[in-house]
Write a protein that binds this ligand. Structure first.
Ligand code: ZN
Length: 276
C-alpha cells in the first residue's frame, strides 16, 4: 500500500506534468472504483486548468480553475502513469486517462480498485467526510511533541497502534510507525499515555525524519506501483527494522536482532534492547 512518502512522490511527479495545464480530454472507463465516481465526472473536468496539487495525509487534491477540487486516493494498488499521448489502447486496469495540454497523458491504473476519486467545490474541502477528522500533518511545523502529547493523553493503547490512528496524526502507516519508534528508542507496546515529554521530544523528530528520508529516496518499493514519471518501481529505500525479523539491528549491540510482534492485526518490527 502506498504510504505518505509514496503519495508525496506521486504528487511531485504529477505537479511537473499537470500544474498550470489544462485537461484536454478525460476518459472515465468504469462507473466506480472503491465507490462510484461523482456524476458527470469526466464532463466537469474537461477543459479545466490544474492550478495546484496538494496532499493531505494520503489523499491528493488537485485544485482546479473553477474552484473545484479533484480528490484522489491511490488505495492499495493505485498508481499514476505518465507518458506521451499516443494511440495505445488503455490497459485493463487503466480506469481514468487524462490528456494534458502539451501532449502528456496521465493514467490512473488500479488493479484492485480500492482507490477513489471525488470532485467537489473547494468550499467543501475542509468538511469532506474523508478529510475532516484527520489529525495534523506529521511534516507540518504545528505537529510538535507538545501537540502529540495532548492528542495521546489518556490513551492506554500501545503507542504503535495509536500512531496509526489517523485522527491522532494523519498519514502515518505501518512501516513508518515501526521505523520511527525504533529511531526514537521507544518500545512499541508502551501505553501511549506513559510516554514522557522527553520521549515525545525524540519521537516527533523521528517521525519527521523517517518520512522525509523516504520522500527523498522517492518512496519505497514494497508493492508494484510505478514512479509517476512512468518508470517501473520506486527507488529502493532501506528500512532499519521493517520486515527484517531476525536480522541484526542497525547501530545496536543486542544479540537477538530485530523482533516481530503483531499489534492490532499489523506486524511491528522492533528491538527489545534498544526500545524501552
Ligand atoms: Zn537491537
Amino acid at each position: 500500500m502506498p504510504e505518505l512518502p509514496e503519495v508525496e512522490t506521486v504528487r511531485r511527479g504529477l505537479e511537473i506534468a499537470m500544474a498550470g495545464k489544462r485537461l484536454i480530454k478525460v476518459e472515465q472507463r468504469r462507473p466506480d472504483l472503491r465507490r462510484p465516481f461523482p456524476p458527470d465526472f469526466a464532463l466537469r473536468l474537461t477543459g479545466r486548468r490544474v492550478e495546484s496539487l496538494a496532499r493531505r495525509a494520503k489523499y491528493l487534491t488537485l485544485h482546479l480553475d473553477d474552484s473545484s477540487v479533484l480528490l484522489i486516493h491511490l488505495g492499495m494498488s493505485g498508481r499514476m502513469l505518465i507518458g506521451p499521448i499516443d494511440t495505445q489502447a488503455p490497459g485493463t486496469h487503466d480506469h481514468v486517462r487524462f490528456e494534458i495540454e502539451g501532449g502528456t497523458r496521465v493514467v490512473f491504473n488500479d488493479a484492485r480498485r480500492f482507490g477513489l476519486m471525488d470532485l467537489f467545490p473547494l468550499a467543501a474541502l475542509a468538511a469532506h467526510p474523508l478529510l475532516r477528522d484527520l489529525g495534523p500533518e506529521p511534516l507540518d511545523d504545528d505537529f510538535t511533541a507538545k501537540e502529540l502529547g495532548v492528542r495521546i493523553a489518556g490513551r492506554s493503547s500501545a503507542i504503535k497502534v495509536v500512531l496509526l490512528d489517523q485522527t491522532v496524526v494523519a498519514g502515518i502507516g505501518n512501516i513508518y510507525a515501526s521505523e520511527a519508534l525504533f529511531r526514537a528508542a521507544i518500545a512499541p507496546e508502551r501505553p501511549a499515555e506513559t510516554l514522557t515529554k522527553k520521549e515525545l521530544a525524540r519521537l516527533v523528530p523521528a517521525i519527521k525524519a523517517v518520512l522525509q528520508e523516504a520522500i527523498a529516496a522517492g518512496g519505497s518499493t514494497l508493492r508494484d506501483h510505478r514512479r509517476p514519471d512512468g518508470e517501473l518501481g520506486y527507488f529502493q529505500h532501506a528500512f532499519a527494522v521493517y520486515d527484517r525479523e531476525g536480522e541484526p539491528c542497525p547501530g545496536c549491540t543486542c544479540r537477538e536482532g530485530i523482533r516481530r510482534l503483531v499489534q492490532g492485526g499489523r506486524a511491528t518490527f522492533y528491538c527489545a534492547k534498544k526500545q524501552r
